[in-house]
Write a protein that binds this ligand. Structure first.
Ligand SMILES: [Zn+2]
Length: 117
């Protein structure tokens, strides 16, 4: 296959071009990793329910929020949006963010012997 950004040949079914780093959309459509339904810890307005659903369904989070607000304003029978949000908030686990550990500061030459004043 060929990179969609730089046009150079890369390994078939690559998610990213290893020459320019561009994400390969055809590979993304071909390989969709199984995602667990979780409330988003980074993309949220209230509790991350719409952000988590959008990530799980691979949709735009804003679109999911708009549909949810429309369901709140114009309720469809048997789709209680407000109650559904709270049920999702309680039932769907929150996404675990990766923990970043600060790398030790690079020691300057002679820093090992430096004494604080
Ligand atoms: Zn490329």
């Amino acid at each position: 296959m060929y990179c969609s950004a730089c046009g150079r040949e890369i390994v078939n079914e690559s998610n990213f071009c290893y020459l320019c780093g561009a994400r390969q959309t055809s590979a993304r459509a071909y390989y969709r990793p199984q995602t667990r339904l979780e409330r988003s810890a980074t993309d949220y307005k209230i509790a991350g329910v719409c952000g988590g659903l959008a990530k799980h369904w691979d949709l735009d989070p804003t679109l999911v929020r708009v549909v949810w607000v429309l369901l709140v304003l114009f309720p469809v029978p048997f789709v209680p949006a407000v109650l559904g949000y709270f049920v999702c908030w309680i039932v769907i686990p929150k996404e675990q963010l990766p923990v970043y550990v600060a790398a030790p500061a690079a020691a300057a030459p002679g820093a090992m012997n430096a004494q604080p004043r």
